[in-house]
Design a binder for this molecule. Structure first.
Ligand SMILES: Cc1ncc(COP(=O)(O)O)c(C=O)c1O
Length: 291
C-alpha cells in the first residue's frame, strides 16, 4: 500500500502527505492527470475529517457518507471503505501529526473528455495535513452571516466536488463583510455554504430536516445526539426564512468549524455565543477530543 513511504517526522511528512492511487508522496507538488474528471467535470465526491491529538473523529460516519455519495453518483470507489480507513491511519502515522485535517476525494478517473462515463478505474486521493489556522475570535465573538438564495442542485445530500454555488455563496458573504451565508430555497432555510445551521427558538433547538436539500452533516448528527444527552429540546423540521429574525441564537456546524455562533444575521445582532450554543460547543469540543 505504501510504495514510497517517507520516514516519519521528516519536516516534509509533517507538512502533509498524499496517497494517490497507491503511492504516498508530499502534498506539495503532487499532481493528477489533466483529464481527471474531477478537473474536467467536477465528477467526484469527497470527505473532510479531523483528527485531534492523533485520534480520528467519526471516521466510520465519514466513510459511510463517502460510500453513500459515491453510490449516489454511480461511482465505484477503487477501495472498500475499511481499506480507505487503513490508508488514512497509515498517513496519520507517516505524517506523525496529532491534530490533522484528512481529505478524501474519489473521481471517475482520467479519460479523453466526453460526458459519458469512461471505462477506466476511478481515482482516489487521500491526504493528511495540519489543519488550517483559524482566528479564535470568531468563536469568542461569533460570526456575521447574510441570507442568500440557495442556487444549488437538487441533490445537496451528496457530498460532491461540484461546489461552485457554494463557492459563490461563500465569496458573496465575504464580500458583504460576513463569514458565512445562510441559504434559502423557496422560502425555506437549508444550510450554510459549507456548514449546517441550527436555530434556537423559544428555548428549542431547531434545524432543517436532512432531506435532499442539505448535506447530512456529521457534526450536525453528533450535535443532535449531544442535545439529547444534555436534555435540550430539539426538532428537525422545515424552517421558514421568516423564522430567522425570531431566533434567539443561531449557529453553524461543520467538521472544520465545530460549533460556531452567529453574532449578526443580515445586520441584526444576536447573542453570540448564546447559552445553548455555548453548551453545545463545549460538549462537542469535548466529545470530538474524546474527553
Ligand atoms: C454544504 C455543507 N453542509 C454541511 C457541512 C457540514 O458537514 P460536516 O459536519 O460533516 O463537516 C459541510 C461541510 O463541509 C458542507 O459543505
Amino acid at each position: 500500500m505504501t510504495e514510497r513511504a517517507l520516514a516519519p517526522s521528516t519536516p516534509r511528512a509533517a507538512d502533509g502527505l498524499v496517497w494517490i492511487d497507491g503511492d504516498i508522496r508530499p502534498i506539495d507538488g503532487a499532481t493528477v492527470p489533466l483529464e481527471d474528471r474531477g478537473f474536467m467535470f467536477a465528477d467526484g465526491v469527497y470527505e473532510v475529517l479531523r483528527a485531534y491529538a492523533g485520534r480520528l473523529f467519526a471516521t466510520h460516519d465519514h466513510l459511510e457518507r463517502l460510500a453513500r455519495s459515491a453510490a449516489g453518483i454511480r461511482l465505484a470507489l477503487p477501495l472498500t471503505t475499511p481499506e480507505i480507513g487503513e490508508v488514512v491511519v497509515e498517513l496519520m502515522e507517516q505524517t506523525g501529526l496529532g491534530d490533522a485535517e484528512v481529505y478524501i476525494q474519489a473521481t471517475r478517473g482520467a479519460a479523453r473528455r466526453n460526458h459519458l462515463f469512461p471505462d477506466v478505474p476511478g481515482r482516489l486521493v487521500i491526504w493528511v495535513r495540519p489543519p488550517r489556522a483559524m482566528n479564535a475570535d470568531l468563536w469568542a465573538k461569533g460570526c456575521k452571516a447574510i441570507t442568500l438564495v440557495d442556487e444549488r442542485w437538487a441533490r445537496c445530500d451528496l457530498k460532491t466536488v461540484s461546489l461552485l454555488p457554494n463557492v459563490l455563496a461563500k465569496q458573496a458573504a465575504y464580500d458583504a463583510g460576513a463569514y458565512e451565508a445562510v441559504l434559502v430555497r423557496d422560502g425555506f432555510v437549508t444550510e450554510g455554504s459549507a456548514s449546517n445551521l441550527f436555530l434556537v427558538l423559544n428555548g428549542e433547538l431547531v434545524t432543517p430536516v436532512a432531506d435532499n436539500r442539505i448535506l447530512p452533516g456529521i457534526t450536525r448528527a453528533h450535535v443532535l445526539r449531544l442535545a439529547e444527552r444534555l436534555e435540550i429540546p430539539f426538532v428537525e423540521r422545515n424552517v421558514c426564512d421568516d423564522e430567522l429574525p425570531l431566533a434567539q441564537e443561531l449557529f453553524f456546524t461543520s467538521t472544520s468549524l465545530e460549533v460556531l455562533g452567529v453574532a449578526e444575521l443580515d445586520g441584526r445582532a444576536l447573542a453570540a455565543p448564546g447559552p445553548v450554543t455555548t453548551r453545545l460547543a463545549e460538549a462537542f469540543a469535548g466529545h470530538a477530543r474524546g474527553n
